[in-house]
Design a protein around this ligand. Structure first.
Ligand code: C2E
Ligand code: CA
Ligand code: CA
Length: 415
């Protein structure tokens, strides 16, 4: 049965800065029941004032488990474990409670990442089991009955997959299983001569082949792994740049662009690493370019501006990646102080045979130029697109039409 709530009194919760529906206050007289063992638990409680007794009657007599006072939380186990109340609760004196609803908790849990969620539920289920044992309901010794993990839990599978990917990424970093591929960026003003390359990371996973970044970068980004992987990528890209440049000697200065995750900006070791790379690239200023998306400006314009300035002082150019996707907004464009704008493939595709889209692209190009940025058009798959963009004044282009991402050796052979 569902537990009963007595004296439901909704009070003003505005002072708590929470929606009124989230929390409601309950008043109980001394001796009033809040819930009984076996009830469906659909909320947890915080004691505002008064006393609550938690007890079990399983053995036939009332066995007090705890007497709780102000600030204590109880009833959370049934809520977290999606289970029935394992004990009863009764007010020991006039008591005021704050109710924490299932909806509120679900919302919170949904916002947490799967592993946290899963660990929480595992802890709860183990606790319950220990409690059952305490009350003499389970007689088998602990070792013979390993605690059950919550069953049929999608989080369980998700958490384990995530955990395994993280573990194998750690391993991959230690075993040097990552490799940078290089995709040519051509100069549209110079008969599509190669001007540089974008470095794109791949994972050479034994037994699985090349894993694309979309499958592991987001996982790495959820932990500090992206810091170490990101620094490795930067060093490898600098190596790549030096090797590519050696191929053409000093005749043509080449550049390499590297992708940076927004989260890497929180890495305290990133700047020292960049400083060290800048020293390695002595005399090669502007040859390594850092690609960032505008999304990282949201909510922290000034620190990012400062960071961009430091990169400039070290001799790195900054590239605004994916312009034209949901991540970009004109509001931040002029504050980003990028040297290059990468026009997203979505623009290039939309423009094909569509006069209205071409007008938009024309506007974007003019704007970028007025902000002193040069432009790289991404995802060029057809010669007509390249010609159209060249005619519109776009400086550089990149795409399968000019070359797919390739190994360093293949990129050197191209030069
Ligand atoms: P991105 O920075 O926008 O990189 C361009 C992506 O478009 C690459 O996918 C590239 O292979 C693909 N591409 C290039 N030309 C064409 C084309 O003509 N048509 C189509 N359909 N696609 C094209 P990739 O290598 O799978 O990388 C995907 C994303 O993963 C990148 O998008 C970037 O956001 C991220 N990424 C790649 N390497 C790194 C890295 O080293 N560090 C970080 N933080 N992120 C990376
Ligand atoms: Ca990029
Ligand atoms: Ca891009």
């Amino acid at each position: 049965m569902h537990e009963h709530h007595f004296h439901e009194t909704l009070v003003d919760t505005t002072s708590l800065d929470l929606p009124a529906t989230t929390f409601s206050r309950w008043r109980l007289q001394a001796g009033e029941w809040l819930f009984r063992e076996g009830d469906v638990g659909d909320c947890a409680y915080l004691i505002e004032s008064g006393k609550v007794e938690i007890f079990s009657e399983r053995t036939g007599q009332r066995q007090v488990i705890a007497v709780l006072g102000a600030d204590a939380i109880f009833g959370e186990m049934a809520l977290l474990g999606n289970a029935l109340r394992a004990a009863s609760a009764c007010a020991g004196e006039p008591t005021v409670l704050l109710r924490i609803t299932r909806e509120y908790l679900d919302e919170r849990l949904l916002a947490a990442e799967p592993l946290t969620r899963h660990l929480l539920r595992t802890v709860v289920s183990r606790c319950r089991e220990a409690m059952d044992r305490l009350h003499g309901l389970t007689i088998e010794p602990l070792l013979e009955s390993p605690a059950q993990l919550p069953k049929n839990d999608a989080d369980h599978a998700l958490a384990l997959t995530r955990l395994r990917v993280e573990e194998s990424l750690e391993h991959a970093l230690a075993q040097s299983e990552f490799e940078l591929y290089y995709q040519p960026i051509v100069d549209l003003r110079a008969a599509a001569k190669i001007a540089g390359f974008e470095a794109l990371v791949r994972w050479n996973k034994p037994g699985r082949g090349l894993v694309p970044p979309s499958e592991f970068i987001p996982v790495a980004e959820e932990t500090d792994l992206i810091h170490r992987l990101g620094r490795w990528i930067l060093q490898a890209a600098a190596d790549g740049l030096l090797a590519l440049q050696a191929q053409v000697r000093d005749q043509t200065p080449l550049f390499v662009t590297v992708n940076l995750s927004a989260r890497q900006l929180q890495d305290a070791q990133l700047l020292p690493e960049l400083r060290q790379i800048a020293e390695r690239l002595k005399g090669q200023r502007g040859r390594l370019k850092l690609e960032l998306t505008e999304s990282l400006m949201i909510g922290c314009v000034e620190p990012v501006q400062q960071w961009v300035q430091q990169c400039h002082e070290l001799g790195f150019d900054v590239v605004l990646d994916d312009f034209g996707t949901g991540y970009s907004s004109l509001a931040y464009l002029h504050r980003f102080d990028a040297d290059t704008m990468k026009l997203d493939r979505a623009f290039v595709v939309a423009m094909h045979g569509n006069a209205a889209a071409e007008t938009v692209v024309r506007g974007v190009i003019r704007m970028a130029h007025e902000l002193q940025m040069n432009i790289v058009a991404e995802g060029i798959e057809m010669p007509e697109s390249a010609e159209q963009l060249r005619a519109l004044g776009v400086e550089y282009a990149q795409g399968y039409y000019f070359g797919k991402p390739m190994t360093l050796a293949a990129a050197r052979a191209l030069l």
